[in-house]
Write a protein that binds this ligand. Structure first.
Ligand code: PEP
Ligand code: MG
Length: 758
């Protein structure tokens, strides 16, 4: 059974389309269970009914046409109960409905199993048999296991519109089709969808006919040539350091790229009218199937090489396409997983909004969107990626909602909100040179987070009084190798000079988690709990020392204070080791004859352990800075990138707020300054509560800074402290959110509270 289960799952995974996957599925299940009929019914979200989506053994002409209402028959009952129904003689069951239309005869034995994803029934798998017999327990368990594995495939097909596309009469474009995700970056936008397909993901390449076979052949041949060159280059690079058997892999790759091998098959398919990417996917899939069926585990593993090669060629093909993609003036960038790299392809002035099927509110792309001031919706898991290209979209980044093909009324409503926001932004510009002081005279520093965008002047225009977080990973990400000490010094110096004489906080390299360097891949099962931040750089002192020396040298001759900040600290040992290296780097710079001041060194409080040791940490460093993005993720055990659990990611969670207050207290008991540079600092509610807790510095993106300054200047600290005292007594996030909303509105600060859904 396990073998057939594996084969069926493989067949489904390697099918060319969802239609093909379903057809293979019913054939395979019928054979595995030796039954007469196998059908798949899927929920059609538009018709709110079950679609007869695939079948073996009944009238196949009605596949994709016939529907059952949600309450009808035994299929409806399986869905209602969300558990299997196994009957020896279905016809005697009160919910039995004889489906003459699809050719049901006297099939007595019935086993129906729900396909459930995230607590929602997406469909029902059914097997039937004429003779009275009971499907036994192992057959039932087999189908339950299969249905659980299929659920993600079906959910994806729902999301990409492939389930709706199964119906023979797809719906006309509907207006105001609403898709929900989570708020990624506040703001409202109207624009035109441009879909970025995930880069180098073979399984998501659609079939597409081409009318320019010659051009597709040329594109393909060029891609193969580029990959050939790359492989040769890598092989030469490793000629000295790799053993011969490893080097043989490169030769095997080159053989597979010979004319007679994979490229020949791909060209044949292009000549039949398939575009290059589709032809490549088809051929690689066939080769993979052959490998997967091999008994010898060594040979089976070699399938991975074919796949890798396919991905390399695909990456070049897609790169060529992306480069010539046109972006309208009102681009809404849509993707399965929008990445910072994709954003770089869109001219800044054309980018109006971002919608990502994956990711959540604290993903780095969302942070980047906020820094750019572009509304974003993350984790819109149901948004179909196919068929929405060039459709109009209305994006609500406050509530995490997207309307496809908005109606006239929706467009007017959104336009009004856009005008209001523009008007408010224009007013906020006047605050630029005014201090961030509350109505009752409490001064708090508003600094800026920098690094994700190269936009220095914008931060200064917005009145930032210092840099609270320079994410130095970015200069590392844009290179093809580690940047040299001098390359780093030049970049850091630019920032320090631009901010002179203001303080600049440089974070040491924080890779791992969701921040990867292409030339230094870290592959781990659980990357957020793995080799991240300071753990990597302490293991690689040569990288750490070069970076710290570059920072110290960049500060030479400047008045502005250099603050070096250590990420992901989970204990005193790490701080002591890192401090020793910083001191060594400082001495080395002095020995080189460069005159520089000793930098301040601080730690980020991002790990719960650091909250509990905040006082001990504060004793040995010059400052503390809370990274609330990671602290929230680790305290609540919620992956900041995972849309499945995005609803659980709450920065205003009572436990997080208590921890934040404790860190501020601990730092002040040691008379050390404490700041916060997580996204919470840049939100109106967060800023008010953190100010009340006594944080000395709030560091945020340049976009949010004027709004936060406006809030600070229009509130009294005594009011904020009263709110904090109330909030700290509440046990539920929703109560805290509701209370803060109302208090802010009552305090005359309603302009920063989104209210268009009230
Ligand atoms: C944080 O974790 O809050 C933080 C500022 O760092 P990053 O978002 O880069 O992980
Ligand atoms: Mg962090």
């Amino acid at each position: 059974m396990l073998a057939s289960l594996r084969e069926i799952v493989q067949d489904v995974a390697s099918a060319g389309s969802f239609r093909e996957a379903l057809d293979l599925l019913v054939i395979d299940i019928r054979a595995a269970l030796g039954t007469e009929v196998c059908s798949v019914y899927l929920v059609d979200p538009h018709q709110n009914a079950f679609l007869f989506a695939a079948n073996e053994g009944l009238n196949q002409e009605l596949v994709g046409q016939f529907t059952l209402s949600r309450e009808e028959g035994l299929v409806g009952l399986v869905a209602e109960r969300a558990e299997p129904i196994n009957l020896e003689d279905a016809s005697t069951h009160p919910r039995f409905r004889y489906l003459e239309e699809i050719g049901e005869e006297a099939f007595n034995a019935f086993l129906g199993v729900p396909i459930i994803h995230h607590r929602t029934v997406l469909g029902v798998l059914v097997v039937q048999q004429r003779k009275s017999r009971r499907f036994d327990e192992s057959e039932e368990a087999f189908l339950v296991t299969l249905a659980a594995q299929l659920a993600t495939v079906v959910a994806h097909a729902q999301a990409t519109g492939e389930v709706v596309a199964l119906t023979s009469t797809p719906d006309a474009v509907r207006e105001d089709e609403l898709y929900r995700g989570v708020a990624g970056s506040p703001g409202i936008a109207l624009g035109t969808a441009v879909v970025m397909l995930p880069l180098a993901d073979l399984s998501s390449v659609p079939d597409r006919q081409t009318d320019d076979v010659t051009a597709e052949l040329l594109i393909f041949d060029r891609a193969v040539e580029t990959v050939r060159e790359d492989i040769k280059r890598i092989s030469e690079q490793f000629a000295e350091s790799l053993p011969a058997e490893e080097l043989a892999l490169f030769d095997a790759y080159l053989h597979m790229l010979d004319d007679g091998a994979i490229p020949g098959d791909v060209r044949d398919r292009i000549r039949l009218g398939q575009w290059a990417q589709g032809a490549l996917r088809q051929v690689i899939r066939e080769h993979l199937r052959t490998f997967e069926q091999m008994e010898d585990p060594y040979l089976r593993e070699r399938g991975a090489d074919v796949k890798d090669l396919g991905l390399r060629v695909l990456a070049v093909l897609q790169d060529a396409r992306t480069k010539k993609q046109n972006f309208p003036d009102d681009t809404v960038l849509v993707g399965e997983e929008v990445t910072a790299g994709m954003l770089a392809n869109v001219p800044a002035e054309s980018l109006k909004a971002i919608v990502s099927v994956r990711g959540a509110g604290s993903s780095h792309v969302a942070i980047l969107a906020r820094a750019l001031g572009v509304p974003a919706v993350m984790g819109a898991v149901d948004l179909p990626l196919y068929g929405i290209e060039h459709q109009e979209m209305a994006v609500d980044g406050f509530y995490g909602e997207v309307y496809c093909s908005p109606s006239e009324a929706t467009r007017e409503r959104f336009q009004l909100l856009i005008d209001e926001e523009d008007e408010f932004s224009a007013e906020l510009e006047e605050l630029k040179d005014l201090p961030s002081v509350t109505n009752d005279g409490w001064r708090i520093r508003l600094w800026v987070n920098i690094g994700l965008t190269g936009d220095l002047s914008r931060s200064l225009d917005r009145g930032a009084e210092g840099i609270g977080l320079f994410r130095t990973e970015v200069p590392f990400m844009t290179q093809e190798r580690f940047p040299t000490e001098e390359e780093q010094r030049v970049i850091y110096r630019d920032h320090m000079e631009a901010f002179e004489p203001r303080p600049v906080t440089m974070r040491t390299l924080d890779i791992g988690g969701d921040k990867a360097l292409s030339y230094f891949p870290i592959i781990e099962e659980n990357p957020f709990l793995g080799w991240r931040g300071i753990r990597v750089t302490l293991d690689h002192p040569e990288i750490f020392l070069a970076q710290v020396r570059a920072m110290i040298k960049a500060n030479a001759g400047l008045e502005g204070l250099l603050r070096i900040m250590l990420p992901m600290i989970s204990g005193l040992d790490e701080v002591e080791e890192a401090m020793a290296l910083v001191h060594r780097a400082y001495d080395e710079v002095l020995e080189e004859g460069v005159e520089v001041k000793r930098p301040h060194v601080g730690v980020m409080v991002e790990v719960p352990a650091a909250v509990y040791q905040a006082r001990e940490l504060a004793k040995v460093v010059d400052f503390l800075a809370v990274g609330s993005n990671d602290l929230t993720q680790y305290m609540l055990a919620v992956d900041r990138n995972n849309p499945r659990v995005a609803d659980l990611y709450k920065e205003l969670h009572p436990a997080v707020l208590t921890a934040l207050r404790e860190v501020a207290r601990a730092a002040h008991m040691e008379e050390k300054p404490v700041g916060i540079c997580g996204e919470l600092a840049g939100t109106p509610f967060g800023a008010v509560l953190l100010m009340a807790m006594g944080y000395d510095v709030l560091s945020m993106n340049a976009t949010n800074l004027p709004k936060v300054k406006w809030v600070i200047r229009n509130i009294k600290r005594s009011q904020a402290r009263r709110m904090l005292a109330k909030v700290l007594k509440m046990g539920h996030v929703k109560d805290i959110e509701a209370y803060m909303r109302q208090e802010m509105i009552d305090a005359g600060l309603g302009r920063v509270v989104p209210r268009h859904r009230d």
